[in-house]
Structure formats: C-alpha cells, structure tokens
Design a protein around this ligand. Structure first.
Ligand SMILES: Cc1cc2nc3c(=O)[nH]c(=O)nc-3n(C[C@H](O)[C@H](O)[C@H](O)COP(=O)(O)O)c2cc1C
Length: 231
C-alpha cells in the first residue's frame, strides 16, 4: 500500500464540522433549476473548471473514473447544439413521450424550445465511459459507470451552486448528436447537458412543492406511514 497522501493533505482547523455544514447548507439552499439564462452575463471559466475539479474527486466504481466533461462556451457550438437538441426534443414531445410523462411535465411548462442551450454562459456535457481501452486496445468494462457519473454530477452541481452559479440539468433523448457535434467517440455515452450561468431578468420559476426533511430521511428504523389503498 502506498502512503495515503490525501490524508496528510487534509488539515483540521478551528472551524467545526457543524459550522461548515451550516455554511454549505446556507450557501446551497437557494438552488433551483432555471430555464431562462442571461445571455449577456458570462461565468468566469475558472469557476467551471474548479467545480469540475471537485466533481473529479467523486468516488467511482473500482476507481475507473468513467467520466468526461465537455465544457462549451463557443457561441457557434452552442447554437449547433441547440438546433440539434430541438430536433430530438420536437420528436420527443410529438411522438416519443408517453402521455403520463407529458402530464408529469405539465407543471414545468417545458416544450421543445431549448433557448437555454444558447443563452447559458457555459454548457457542461457529461459523458459516461461504458468501457475503457487498455494499452492493447482491448475493451475493459467499467463497473458502476452510471452511478459514478451521477455522483460526480451531483458534486459538480453542488460546487457550482456553492459558487453562486445557476444550472439546468437537461437530458435530451436520444443524445447521440452530442458525440457527433463534439467529436467524442461513441463508447462515451452523453448522460446530460448541464447549462450553467446567471438568471435572466424576467426569470420565472415553476411553483413546486418540495418534500419535508422527515419525508425523505429516517434515522435507524423507518416508521412506515399508512397509505390509502388504491382500489
Ligand atoms: C436526471 C434529471 C433530468 C432532468 N432533465 C430535464 C430536462 O431534460 N429538461 C428540463 O427542463 N429539466 C430537466 N431536469 C430538471 C428537473 O425538471 C428539475 O430538477 C425539477 O423540476 C425540480 O426543480 P428544481 O431543480 O428547480 O428544484 C432534470 C433533472 C434531473 C435530475
């Protein structure tokens, strides 16, 4: 076993864990997804880069780090991505989406217009590496790549939120157009586009109900709540 350098890097200081946890809670409680970005306001690319460095610290199955982050701030590329996404989204809303899903989405008032892809300061396209290639160019399966990429994405969103950046998690289906536009090999599957930026002046947020802490967390033994049986 090698010496655990990281342990030596971690410095305990006078700020307690409780103080830190309150600070991160205060700095992230405001988080919401936005669909209207201010096209004039750019995020410092270093902020995006630092957030990706946080995401890179994510745990990953068998340490395979099965992620690739594509950062796009070139206006022409953003327009290209928007156009391609709107083609698949139009087909999704018109032909593919099950009625129940369209019903569930109604409260968000979303449609095939994806202006955020053009207006957001940066798009981070997150790819999941289903398998890697060894030195002999043989395929090596990556374990838990989906879970690992999801955890890394959560860390990325937390870091951006902590830094005051607003985001939208966008999952166009199918998303293969991103491989073509960004020149990424097909063994890397695009999982989502994270649009990052600042809100437009006329930002409107859907009024969503959120669960309470006790609805989503239990300590030790779960207390089952009675549910009305559907007949
Ligand atoms: C896995 C995942 C996929 C999502 N895909 C989309 C999407 O394709 N388009 C969109 O407008 N919002 C998408 N969202 C955002 C959700 O609609 C949003 O998080 C949810 O309505 C809760 O709102 P909030 O983020 O403001 O709390 C997605 C969120 C997640 C976690």
């Amino acid at each position: 076993m090698d010496i655990l350098d990281n342990v030596a890097e971690f410095q305990e200081d006078e700020i307690s864990a409780l103080q830190r946890s309150r600070h991160i809670l205060d700095r992230t409680l405001w988080r919401r997804s936005i669909r209207q970005f201010d096209p004039q306001r750019k995020v410092d690319t270093h902020v995006i880069e630092n957030a990706i460095r946080v995401a890179m610290k994510s745990p990953s199955g068998a340490n395979q780090e099965p992620w690739l982050f594509g950062v796009i701030d070139c206006p022409d590329l953003k327009i290209k991505i928007r156009r391609a996404a709107e083609v698949v989204e139009t087909n999704f809303y018109d032909n593919l989406a099950p009625i129940e899903m369209l019903d569930a989405l109604k409260l968000l008032n979303t449609n095939s217009d994806k202006a955020h892809l053009e207006d957001a300061s940066h798009l981070v396209v997150i790819f999941s590496e289903i398998y890697s290639l060894n030195h002999s160019n043989e395929k090596q399966k990556n374990y838990y790549s989906k879970e690992s990429v999801c955890i890394a994405t959560g860390m990325l969103i937390s870091a951006l939120t902590y830094s005051g950046i607003w985001t939208l998690t966008h999952t166009p289906q199918p998303a293969g157009f991103l491989n073509q536009i960004l020149n990424v090999e097909p063994r890397l599957k695009p999982v989502l586009i994270l649009a990052c930026g600042y809100p437009a002046q006329d930002l409107k947020l859907p009024n969503l109900n959120k669960k309470e802490f006790n609805d989503v967390c239990f300590f030790n033994i779960h207390k089952k709540t009675e549910r009305i049986q559907q007949t």
